[in-house]
Structures are given as structure tokens and as C-alpha cells.
Design a protein around this ligand. Structure first.
Ligand SMILES: [Cu+2]
Length: 148
């Protein structure tokens, strides 16, 4: 009798635990690349899983050039590194809506997409590029640290 109660209690706790985990966003921190552009640029990517396999990723950025236009993407793990996603030079998998830094150099952009499109190596890192020169990448958020 006591054993049955304990088992039921554990099941309830595990169920609650998994619900909480699904709703809690995972946060990834942007790192500055080894370039001089936007030296104070920083930010976080907050990834939430929703219903029907959808995900929402919110970028909250600061230290950008006020009034400057930016683009951002999820990138897949590329061929140039197997343990540093931001140095792996991978292809774009999904793009965020374009955005412009405000007068304080702050910006946000929100992407809703199928979780499957950014799962595993497909969502290895997030880059923020100058819209005017996509080869200029002030910051990158590593998400999946090891390829494969
Ligand atoms: Cu990109």
C-alpha cells in the first residue's frame, strides 16, 4: 500500500517536472567575434519549445551601432570545425526577421519555426551580421558545441 502511494507520487512529480522543462526557455549567450565591429555588442538567444513541434527564438541584443540594420540566422554545423560551431562556417538554415538597432544600440528579433529545422547540427549557432555587409559578423551564439 505504501509502495503504491510512493510510485504514484513519483509519477506526479515527473509529470510536473517535464511540463516545467518544456515551458522554460533555454538561453544561449552571444560571444564577440575576433573583429573590431561593434566592440560592445552582446546579447542572448532565448529558445522556447511550443506546441506541435514549434519553437520560438528571441534575440535580445545590445551594444550595436544605433540606427544600423542587421540580419541574423541559424546556421548548421559547417566543415571548418567540429567543436567550435561559431568557427565552423556552416550554411544558413533559417533566417530571423531583419531588424535595426535603436538609438541606444539595442534590438530584438523573434523567429518562430519548426523545431525540426533547427534540431541537432541544423541549429549549431546563431550569427548576427551587418545587413550592409554580411561578411561582418560582430557576435555569434554557439548552441551545439560538438558536431554530429
Ligand atoms: Cu548568418
Amino acid at each position: 500500500m505504501n509502495a503504491i502511494k510512493i510510485v504514484l507520487g513519483l509519477t506526479a512529480a515527473l509529470t510536473l517536472g517535464s511540463c516545467t522543462m518544456m515551458n522554460k526557455p533555454t538561453t544561449y549567450t552571444f560571444k564577440h567575434k575576433a573583429i573590431e565591429a561593434d566592440p560592445a555588442a552582446a546579447g542572448v538567444a532565448s529558445v522556447s519549445l511550443g506546441n506541435a513541434g514549434m519553437s520560438t527564438t528571441t534575440l535580445t541584443l545590445s551594444g550595436l551601432t544605433p540606427g544600423k540594420a542587421y540580419i541574423s540566422h541559424y546556421h548548421a554545423f559547417g566543415p571548418a570545425s567540429s567543436n567550435d560551431p561559431c568557427a565552423s562556417n556552416g550554411p544558413v538554415t533559417v533566417g530571423f526577421p531583419n531588424f535595426t538597432a535603436d538609438a541606444m544600440g539595442m534590438a530584438t528579433t523573434v523567429l518562430s519555426t519548426d523545431m525540426a529545422k533547427i534540431a541537432g547540427d541544423a541549429g549549431a549557432y546563431i550569427n548576427v551580421h551587418y545587413a550592409s555587409d554580411p561578411s561582418t559578423i560582430p557576435i555569434c551564439a554557439p548552441i551545439k558545441m560538438v558536431k554530429g
